[in-house]
Design a protein around this ligand. Structure first.
Ligand code: AOS
Ligand code: ZN
Ligand code: ZN
Ligand code: ZN
Length: 427
């Protein structure tokens, strides 16, 4: 299954006059406020969000999993799926692999497939939260933090192996999400667990190539329900500071205790130049991994307000950070869902770029609370979708990715190729 440029162009032609009307109207309105639409569009075109290999199949819950059809059965097919997304929106130019779910048998051929679809390899993810077949030690009671040095050694070696796979593919980072913790009071010694983890991470860090980073992801709870070794951004930052400059904090939007002020966490991490990037998703209750922007779009916008300010202050572009979607669930076509998520990210980014920073600073310095709030809300309440569409169109993508996906019956095509009942490898 492949989407050709002429199919995108034809579909865009049919939508163009309507789009142009909306775009020109918005451009004029923004122009009156001194906002240059072209600068926003350039920034949107440069923004690339990685797609995790495990989001391409139907997710599920511990109660069940309802497979869709035509899901990718191999790493090659996962790369092809991301190629379809990138052809449609030109904003999903990389894939993030998970070892051992996605072991690349031959790096050269998978690289050439990816580059034929204009894709790169994002951070590689290690997995010490599941036991694999033929594994000597179990991770039931932890991995990098385990009380038994033999288990820790096995987990460290796994991470070093993941770096090797990533090196072959041209990745530049290792993402570590550590599920280690305890389920009941008394089970674990917090300090020893931290120290064991630090030592293990130091051994992994020592194996990072010169131009690599390690992203340390935190999570409040789950799968452990009493304590988690890296449970919050403070612990993650502490590990990173002890490790060195190649370690940064990875923020997953679903990994906080209820009502956490994530935008403030982001601002602080950026101030310290320790923000690696994001795992985008949305949630109402816990680590729900729902479609980005589907539940709390205003929060996503406020996060982007901080991101834009932090990037400006640091003189860095969006390419300096690792943006990824970490979502998956039971009830949607995973590819349509990912298209929705990428669009939600670009909308929030565009809205944050509308914020008049000078006026905001004046309002803040005058303690004009109402004016400051109005500046943010005016930006959030602007329908910036014409800017997002124009950026996709200019970079060769579709004005309406989901509409075209449905018009071309992409899922039917995939089901014909791969089968109606497929189970994607992975979670
Ligand atoms: C787990 O909750 C984390 O979000 C991980 O980033 C990720 O979902 C996992 O590594 C996928 O296996
Ligand atoms: Zn995550
Ligand atoms: Zn999550
Ligand atoms: Zn998660």
């Amino acid at each position: 299954m492949k989407i050709d440029q002429y199919q995108i162009a034809q579909h865009n032609d049919s939508l163009l006059s309507r789009h142009n009307n909306q775009f020109i109207f918005l451009k004029e309105q923004l122009g009156e406020q001194g906002i240059h639409s072209n600068e926003i569009i350039n920034a949107l075109e440069a923004f690339q969000v990685a797609i995790p290999s495990w989001a391409l199949g139907t997710g599920g819950t511990r109660f069940g999993r309802f497979s869709g059809g035509g899901e990718p059965r191999s790493l090659e097919e996962k790369v092809e799926d991301v190629g379809l997304l990138h052809a449609l929106n030109r904003s999903s130019g990389s894939i993030s692999l998970h070892i051992p779910w996605d072991i690349p048998q031959q790096a050269a051929s998978i690289i050439s497939l990816a580059s034929s679809l204009d894709l790169k390899f994002d951070a590689v993810n290690s997995n010490t939260f599941q036991d694999q077949k033929d594994q000597q030690h179990s991770y039931k009671f932890g991995s990098l933090s385990h009380v038994d040095p033999g288990v820790r050694k096995q987990a460290v070696e796994h991470n070093i192996e993941v770096i090797k796979y990533g090196k072959d593919l041209g990745s530049k980072a290792l993402s570590i999400w550590l599920s280690d913790g305890s389920c009941f009071p008394g089970q674990s010694n917090f300090v020893k667990a931290f120290q064991n983890t630090l030592e293990s991470l130091q051994e992994i860090y020592a194996e990072l190539p010169a131009d690599w980073k390690v992203y340390v992801e935190y999570k409040a709870y789950e799968p452990n329900f009493y304590s988690t070794v890296i449970q919050d951004w403070g612990s993650s930052l502490l590990f990173c500071q002890k490790l060195g400059p190649k370690a940064d904090v990875l923020v997953d939007l679903g990994h906080h205790l209820p009502n956490a002020n994530i935008e403030q966490i982001v601002a602080t991490l950026m101030m310290e130049d320790r923000l690696a990037g994001f795992h985008f998703n949305d949630s109402k209750y816990g680590d729900d991994d729902l479609t980005v922007g589907s539940i709390r779009p205003y929060m996503l916008f406020l996060i982007f307000v901080e991101l834009v300010e932090g990037m400006k202050r640091a003189g860095r572009g969006s390419e300096a950070y690792a943006w990824m979607i970490d979502a998956s669930h039971n009830v949607k076509d995973p590819l349509e869902d990912l298209l929705q998520s990428v669009e939600a990210i670009l909308i929030s980014y565009a809205q944050a770029l509308l914020v008049d920073r000078k006026k905001l600073e004046i309002a803040r310095n005058q303690n004009d609370v109402v004016a400051a709030q109005q500046i943010l809300q005016n930006a959030f309440r602007t329908d910036v979708r014409p800017l997002v569409r124009e950026s996709m169109r200019l970079s060769g993508g579709s004005l309406d990715p989901i509409g075209l996906f449905r018009n071309l019956k992409v899922r039917d095509g995939l089901m014909n190729e791969r089968g109606r009942v497929t189970v994607a490898t992975g979670l």
